[in-house]
Design a protein around this ligand. Structure first.
Ligand SMILES: NC(=O)C1=CN([C@@H]2O[C@H](COP(=O)(O)OP(=O)(O)OC[C@H]3O[C@@H](n4cnc5c(N)ncnc54)[C@H](O)[C@@H]3O)[C@@H](O)[C@H]2O)C=CC1
Ligand SMILES: CC(C)=CCC[C@@H](C)[C@H]1CC[C@H]2C3=C(CC[C@]12C)[C@@]1(C)CCC(=O)C[C@@H]1CC3
Length: 397
């Protein structure tokens, strides 16, 4: 299908009227009716201007929705989209802020009717909603990440959305063992480390499979890794909490394992680049892309930089990886066995130990090549901005 908006690239000269009509029929509800009537008298579009006039009734390509827009990444994305002149609808189960230019739709993404209301006249959808990875609620992950994503795709098709950008995760290929400069052609993890990863794999497959140029729905998946930055509810707060409880004294393994931590602005930049590059002729259709800072760093150096920046001591004593992993496994089994009697959540889960003690960094050369991706904020600047944004978590605050 040719691009359907004046803001996108000029139409292919050979774009047929039938294709245009097919595209217009994707518009739902009252606009749908108008579109049908209009297609009858459309001239074959041969110039950009004619094409622009013919497609005036399409939803604006600067009108988008962010599902999960109340979250950490979602809100940063919304703010950048507004800066760039987009009109934004946020769809989320909670509303965490208010911003001029943003319409909030509170609802569960498993509810198609609620989604359809939020997706009216929207041509571009960013799907970055997910339950928090720390949860161990298998049913919740399956309901939201798998069934919910199916519902999102159905709603997008019915609403005439043209582009879907999914926030996937680089961890879809991580099985708890070293990954060095991993590319997108690595196979999905056969034994995912947790339910979060297991359902993120299924979610990514669903979204990429839904890419259909004939039907006019283009999809792409962004795989970030270790997102950090101002307002992150996970990384810095967990780290500071562990330090305040006096448990940040140890380095798991020899401390040389390299990991990607990605400043949130770079993740946002990758998402917007993907959305703006997503056209029928683009190589990115139906593909996944690693988006990182492209500066792998020693896991424990990164932790030390954040801790020291906030006034805490850096971890110093080494513990053997296998010992800590074994202990974490034992604790996790115990917590499962004792769950009916006592509920306790160990800090050292096997998944966290694996993340802290192995190499896991990824190549983003595919994103560089296909969409001209380049990180916009260096790791050093990202760490500085992050540390400055948490005055309330400083030692002694
Ligand atoms: N934070 C990280 O380091 C990484 C995150 N990701 C992915 O990035 C995306 C965003 O993550 P964060 O911003 O860190 O998480 P977050 O927890 O801050 O944001 C997720 C948002 O999704 C919403 N949500 C959850 N269930 C929903 C439902 N049923 N219906 C509607 N909204 C719902 C939540 O209310 C929340 O606002 C997620 O898809 C996550 O898998 C991927 C790689 C790394
Ligand atoms: C690169 C990547 C995928 C990061 C994910 C973020 C979190 C999983 C990490 C952020 C803080 C980390 C942390 C630990 C494990 C991984 C994190 C939760 C420990 C629990 C590892 C064991 C310790 O010694 C304490 C660590 C606290 C911080």
């Amino acid at each position: 299908m040719p691009p359907l908006h004046p803001n996108s690239s000029p139409p292919n000269e050979s774009a047929s009227r039938a294709q245009l009509i097919q595209g217009l029929l994707f518009v739902r509800g009252s606009i749908h009716t108008v579109a049908k009537q209009k297609t009858v008298c459309l001239p074959t579009p041969t110039t950009h201007l004619q094409f622009a006039m013919a497609t005036r009734i399409r939803p604006s390509s600067k009108r988008c929705a962010v599902i999960g827009g109340s979250g950490f990444l979602g809100r940063h994305l919304v703010e950048k989209l507004l800066d760039k002149g987009y009109t934004v609808s946020v769809f989320d189960i909670r509303q965490s802020y208010e911003l001029p230019g943003v319409t909030f739709h509170q609802g569960d993404l498993c509810d198609k009717q609620a989604l359809l209301t939020a997706l009216q006249d929207v041509s571009l959808v960013f799907h970055c909603a997910s339950p928090a990875p720390a949860s161990d609620d298998k049913a919740l992950f399956q309901r939201v990440n798998i069934q919910g994503t199916q519902t999102v795709l159905q709603a997008c098709t019915e609403a005439g959305v043209q582009k879907v950008v999914l926030t996937s995760s680089a961890s879809v290929v991580f099985e708890g063992t070293d990954i060095k400069d991993g590319r997108e052609d690595l196979p999905y993890a056969k034994k995912p480390i947790d339910y979060y990863t297991e359902t993120k794999i299924e979610q990514e497959k669903l979204v990429l499979k839904a890419c259909d140029k004939e039907k006019g729905l283009l999809t792409v998946a962004i795989r970030p890794h270790g997102i950090f930055g101002p307002r992150d509810p996970q990384l810095v707060p967990i780290l500071v909490d562990t330090a305040r409880r006096g448990k940040m004294k140890f380095i798991i393994g020899d401390g040389s394992n390299l990991v990607d931590f990605t400043f949130v602005d770079n993740v946002v930049h990758g998402h917007i680049l993907a959305a703006e590059s997503l056209r029928p002729e683009s190589p990115i259709c139906g593909k996944a892309y690693h988006i990182t800072n492209d500066e792998p760093v020693r896991f424990w150096d990164f932790m030390a930089d954040i801790l020291v920046g906030l006034g805490y001591a850096a971890p110093r004593y080494h513990l053997p990886y296998t010992l800590v992993y074994g202990l974490a496994l034992l604790l996790w089994l115990l917590s499962l066995l004792l769950r009916p009697l006592v509920a306790f959540k160990p800090t050292f889960t096997p998944m966290r130990v694996a993340l802290a003690g192995t190499h896991h960094f990824y190549s983003c050369s595919r994103a560089k090549q296909d969409m001209g991706y380049k990180p916009v904020i260096s790791l050093k600047d990202g760490i500085r901005r992050t540390v400055e944004s948490y005055p309330h978590l400083r030692h002694g605050a």
